[in-house]
Ligand binder design. Structure first.
Ligand SMILES: Nc1nc2c(ncn2[C@@H]2O[C@H](COP(=O)(O)OP(=O)(O)OP(=O)(O)O)[C@@H](O)[C@H]2O)c(=O)[nH]1
Ligand SMILES: [Mg+2]
Length: 599
């Protein structure tokens, strides 16, 4: 059999993992001359392309100098950290990418810690050395220190470092000596990362990941740990709870370039995809039919956050969407549960309400965004963290928050984070920037990014990572500014918006349709107010000296879906339809709201 390597590419978000995998694929000539794959071949779904982030980890394989390298590109955002941890089970080594300017970041630490803990050998790539004012040597030292800190073994500390610029398509052992391709990184992989252990015996494969196809259903993915799997083989599926289900492998695939190719058998050490095994869960083992010997189970992430999903019942419902009923939403959520591992769904207190549990705002907003693109309409409530009772005490999720920002903004940021029950753990000066570390309830982080970015003119670099459950830290003040609420259905007029500009900032433009109870702006003060933007100027025969056409209206605030979700109050929904996103009061009628407030 060909020589083999199994690696995962891990890093903090945006440090260039996908770009490097792309370059590896191109280098190994997966494409014929006349095929033009375009940018970021790997981030292949629409959302990934648009946002420039990886959402799902992906398997590909290249052949380099006669060695087959299975490469897993992983997502860098912390909501998907559990996914990275899981796929590491298929690998014998990792390529740790670090940005030569930003250096090691919280998610670098998290993924590296997991990889080292599993005994994987790292190859370090200091990427983006083309960036101005970057410090590749310092970053290399920083990585070494971090490894020591994380109790790397002698062998792991002996890692090679490659420098380069994935974007500019070169890697080198010396950052001051650019090369013309990325072969230095591939060489390091085949030289330093061990080949997988090949174990003879009855077959064993731990299901580590899954894929979904509307034709064949769920597909299991994993590394053959022991023995050989063959097509049409009878197998036992050993479940998490210890039970054993008899099953059969219908089709077997291995990775080749960007594709999966069907094969008759797969040997110990290689990563494969299997069609035909029903009712499996992640962590189950596929093993010998007669004599099943399960492997240890792997842990799956528990959700940390929930949101209420419900049907769209705003006055504008059904204008844009194809799927609008609660049955549609339920079916779509059920389908999602088949493939979205960290997701849970529970029926809410009525048939049209669903509590959807996930790993964070991004995790859930990706689902919402996907649904709206498919033609769904829905409304979503304020994100809620999940409390737990531990030893009789009410506990809440706590995260470590890292903020890197210019010195002069530090005071403002500290004040702001402290208000949200953040406790400072350290403060460090680095050039003209300050690094702040806080411990803060997850609740406090919802909506924080926006405010911090505004307070620092976009200069702050913010990241956070789950730390653990701790006793409840007490009430956190919500958004202080109230909402500006539309008084009645109609078309907004420039004239009336202009007159009301001193009341706050608007989310709508003149001429936009609004409805009663819609949140159309942010009050510059506390408390909600109802305003009338659909009132036209009185027509009169006398041409006033006024400046009718010349009203100057400040451009509206436009939220992204995540921003809107983090922005809304408890008594508000985000209404999501294929073309639009609006914020509204759950109770559209002012009298109803007043009555409910009195309760
Ligand atoms: N200057 C510079 N930019 C780079 C380099 N490599 C990647 N980038 C840019 O960095 C951004 C992020 O790159 P990606 O490859 O998507 O990063 P990623 O690590 O896959 O990100 P996630 O999957 O979201 O965690 C893109 O805009 C790239 O063009 C590099 O070597 N130099
Ligand atoms: Mg990526």
């Amino acid at each position: 059999m060909k020589e083999l390597r199994n690696i995962a590419i891990i890093a903090h978000v945006d440090h260039g993992k996908t770009t490097l995998v792309d370059k590896m694929i191109m280098h190994c000539n997966v494409f014929r001359k006349n095929e033009n794959p375009g940018d970021l071949i790997m981030d292949n779904n629409d959302l990934e392309r648009e946002r420039g982030i990886t959402i799902l980890s992906k398997n590909v394989a290249v052949e380099y100098k006669g060695v087959k390298i299975n490469i897993i590109d992983t997502p860098g955002h912390s909501d998907f950290g559990g996914e990275v941890e899981r796929v590491l089970n298929m690998c014998d080594g990792v390529l740790l990418l670090v940005d030569a300017f930003e250096g090691t970041m919280p998610q670098t630490r998290f993924v590296l810690q997991k990889a080292l803990g599993m005994g994987l050998k790292p190859v370090v790539v200091v990427n983006k050395v083309d960036k101005e004012n970057c410090t590749p040597d310092l970053v290399q030292e920083q990585v070494f220190d971090l490894m020591c800190n994380l109790d790397a073994t002698e062998e792991q500390l002996d890692f090679p470092t490659i420098y380069g610029s994935a974007k500019n398509n070169w890697m080198s052992t010396d950052w001051e000596k650019p090369t013309t391709d990325i072969s230095a990184a591939l060489d390091a992989i085949i030289d330093f990362i061990p080949a997988p252990n090949v174990i003879e015996g009855t077959p064993q494969l731990r299901i580590t990941s899954l894929d979904y196809s509307s034709y064949v259903g769920r597909i299991c993915i994993g590394k053959v740990h022991r023995g050989t799997l063959t097509e049409n083989m009878n197998i036992s599926l050993s479940k998490r709870d210890g039970s054993i289900v008899k099953s059969k492998i219908k089709e077997l695939y291995v990775y080749e370039g960007l594709k999966r190719v069907r094969v008759e058998s797969v040997k110990s050490g290689d990563i494969c995809a299997i069609v035909g095994v029903d009712g499996f869960e992640i962590g189950d083992t596929i093993c010998d039919f007669e004599n099943p010997e399960p492997l240890s189970v792997i842990k799956i992430d528990e959700p940390t956050m929930s949101m209420l999903f419900t049907i769209n019942d705003s006055p504008f419902f059904g204008k844009e969407g194809k799927f609008v009923t609660s049955r549609h939403i339920k079916e779509r959520l059920d389908l999602e549960l088949e493939k979205n591992l960290a997701l849970r769904v529970k029926q809410g207190d009525s048939t049209e309400k669903f509590m959807v549990y996930g790993r964070g705002v991004l995790h859930l907003s990706v689902l919402i965004e996907t649904m709206r693109r498919e033609g769904y309409e829905l409304q979503v409530g304020q994100p809620q963290v999940l409390y737990k009772t531990i030893d009789g005490a009410r506990c809440e999720p706590i995260e470590t928050l890292y903020i890197d920002l210019p010195d002069e903004c530090a005071g403002k940021a500290i004040e702001y984070v402290t208000k949200r029950k953040g406790e400072m753990e350290s403060m460090e000066q680095k050039g003209d920037r300050t690094n702040l570390v806080f411990s803060i309830p997850s609740r406090g982080i919802i909506g924080l990014r926006n405010n911090l970015l505004t307070a620092t003119a976009g200069e702050a670099v913010i990241s956070h990572i789950f730390k653990g459950y701790e006793p409840y830290k007490g009430e956190i003040e919500g958004r202080i500014n109230g909402s500006l609420i539309a008084m009645e259905n109609g078309t907004s007029f420039a004239y009336s918006i202009d007159k009301l500009q001193d009341r706050g900032k608007f989310f709508i433009t003149p001429g936009e349709e609004v409805y009663q109870g819609q949140v159309i702006g942010e009050n510059s003060r506390q408390g909600d107010i109802v305003i009338n933007v659909t009132k036209a100027k009185k027509q009169s025969n006398v041409r006033s000296s006024g400046n009718d056409e010349k009203v100057r209206i400040v451009p509206p605030i436009v939220f992204s879906l995540e921003e809107a979700l983090e922005y809304i109050q408890q008594d508000e929904y985000v209404e999501v339809t294929p073309e639009s996103m609006r914020i509204r009061k759950i109770l559209l009628n002012e009298t109803d709201r007043k009555r409910s407030n009195m309760k």
